[in-house]
Design a protein. Structure first.
Length: 346
């Protein structure tokens, strides 16, 4: 099969790779229908040191089950499935608490120790298939791919940001970041009843989509100016719920600056920093800090019906579709911000 590898910053290639095989009786092999490039894939794309052996890439996929191990009971060959960006057994104490990203037997894709490759490939071995995969009911046609694929990561991640922040009816919410996850956080906040949603982002096509998803205000300014603008929009108090969907330190500092006294900062952008403000600017407002890797597996069944009946249209975040062989261009387009989110057709 063909699969995507990264060999260092800016060096992504599609190569011939061994076909994935059933290793454990709990595995399934899924033929990938669509995968995509994630904002978090850009972190190694920016900074991975030269890696001559290469690393597989991709963690978001929908596809059709091709083969199952002897112990797999919930999916069968021919089923159309959504795979979350981490695999999990569905039975350990953390899975039972809907914290599948901390599963005692799970891991993330592209974990060589677990023998998992990447999703930007023609096929993938899915460990712990019963805990991991969600079968899509009914007939799936091509027009549904984009929406379903968001349930693999970005929609569930945006939803997690909003849920962890406790967004509820009538809330004022600020979302930092106009990438796919930020826009999904806007959609999620709207679905959870937020009345006012301030989107911080400066890319006009993206913030326009954010308005479509429910943003009531857009703040293009950053840093101190951005903070001042949000305070001005909120009567000087700040936002009760701040959803941070970037992962860089300035975004976190912005979150600390715009959170209302007694408010919550919920982070889902993978932090690219180890140290940040925790002193008086944070403490003085009785701020709560939460968030982390989204257990998207916990949310798929809940979010799926609105995607299937079209009441939610998260698939609009995909603005480019490419063949697997074009993946270097896909990364370059996401990196250059000429594409919001790139869908990959193996
Ligand atoms: Zn588990």
């Amino acid at each position: 099969m063909k699969a995507t590898y990264i060999f260092g910053a800016g060096d992504v290639r599609v190569l011939d790779a061994p076909d994935p095989k059933i290793i454990q009786p709990t595995d399934a092999i899924v033929r990938v229908t669509r995968a995509c490039v994630c904002g978090s894939d850009l972190h190694p794309y920016h900074s991975l040191p030269s890696t001559p052996s290469g690393r597989t890439m991709g963690h978001e996929l929908i596809g059709v089950v091709d083969e199952i191990g002897a112990d797999v009971a919930t999916v069968k060959p021919g089923d159309f499935v959504i795979s979350p960006f981490a695999f999990s057994d569905g039975t350990c104490q953390f899975c039972r608490e809907s914290l599948q990203t901390s599963c005692e037997h799970g891991a993330f894709w592209n974990a060589p120790a677990q023998g998992t490759g990447g999703a930007q490939a023609e096929a993938a071995r899915i460990p712990l298939a019963d805990g991991t995969l969600v079968k899509v009911p009914g007939t799936v046609d091509e027009s549904m791919y984009a929406g379903l694929l968001t349930l693999s990561d970005v929609y569930g991640t945006g939803w997690h940001a909003a849920v962890r922040a406790g967004v509820t009816t009538g809330d004022t919410v600020a979302v930092i970041g106009d990438g796919a996850v930020g826009l999904m956080a806007v959609l999620s906040a709207k679905q959870l009843g937020a009345e006012r949603i301030i989107l911080m982002g400066r890319h006009q096509a993206r913030t326009a989509l954010g308005r479509e998803f429910g943003a009531t205000d857009v703040v293009a300014e950053r840093g101190e100016e951005g903070i001042a603008r949000v305070l001005e929009l909120t009567g000087g108090h700040g936002a009760r719920r701040v959803l941070e969907a970037v992962g860089h330190l300035p975004a976190y500092e912005q979150a600390v600056g715009i959170v209302r006294p007694g408010g919550i900062i919920s982070r889902v952008g993978v932090p690219q920093y180890e140290q940040g403000e925790l002193g008086w600017s944070f403490f003085g407002k009785n701020t709560t800090l939460t968030g982390g890797p989204a257990p998207v597996r916990a949310y798929i069944e809940q979010l799926l019906p609105a995607v299937l009946d079209g009441t939610a249209q998260p698939g609009k975040v995909f603005d480019r579709e490419i063949n697997l062989t074009e993946i270097p261009e896909g990364y370059a387009a996401m990196n250059g911000r000429t594409a919001l989110k790139v869908m990959v057709r193996p």
